[in-house]
Write a new protein. Sequence first.
Length: 319
Amino acid sequence: MAVICLRRDIAFAVILRCSDICPAGKLWIILVIAKHKQGTPRDTVYPWGKGANKHKSEHCRLRQCDFKSAVCAVRKGNRIKNNKKGEEMIIHGLNKLTLLDYPGLTACTLFTGGCNFRCPFCHNASLVENPMGQPVIHEDEIFAYLKKRQGILEGVCITGGEPTLNPDLIDFMKKVKSLSYKVKLDTNGTNPDMLIRAVEEGAVDYVAMDIKNSPENYGMSVGIKNYDTAKIKRSVKYLLEDHVDYEFRTTVVREFNDKNSFYGVADLISGAKKYYLQAFKDSGDLIDETLHGLTREEMEEILPIFDGKVDKIEIRGMD
């Protein structure tokens, strides 16, 4: 633990290492206790991730949480929530038009920050490793845009990071649907409880779930040694029951996904309606910049493994 002074209007910051917050590796959390201009301490704590810009006060206000609860959480080794239920949904990016993200619909895409995985091939590394250092788009701006585009856009895609880490995700999706948009959710499947509730409450119309690897190799792909895939399997099972339109997809990376690993994937998602092999591409914002994709010929060699296992399989993202 260390105490540092960040700037004149901040009393002090307590730096804590809390590995449970980031199971993939070390993460330093800075709890900043601010004070009013008059010098009266405020009963709030601002969490920052490693490398965050500590001078963006607007981001700080959006991430405030109760001081006593945060300190207790750290002492118990629990995760510090970035925002409490009932607060504003935190959006870090908006792609105003996509013809690809939502199958069959013209849509826009919203990006949330933070993730409980550290996939080396993640193409949104900044959102995963340093969400607090990214711009924030307020809800009122998002909904002003969506109201303006009613009748032009048909769907809204919510991706990340991992959107299900946000406690207000379902309420947010319901607000989007109230404007007559279809909602697509991208998820890694680690929060089956929220996934099931979102479907049962009619908050989502289409789910795209990432299948990172075969169960025995999952930890290697998500950056967590000996990862327990129980929640992944539960999410897969629920989607296979056909409660909502869905797809499974795997980003194929030479260093992690050999041909044999797809036999395990085929067994995991057996009975699926749609499965996509996604070409790995360097987005310029990767966690590991040394990785490589497969050739089309190599991707095509994988397809027969899924014969009789899935109704439809396609290669996505290759010319």
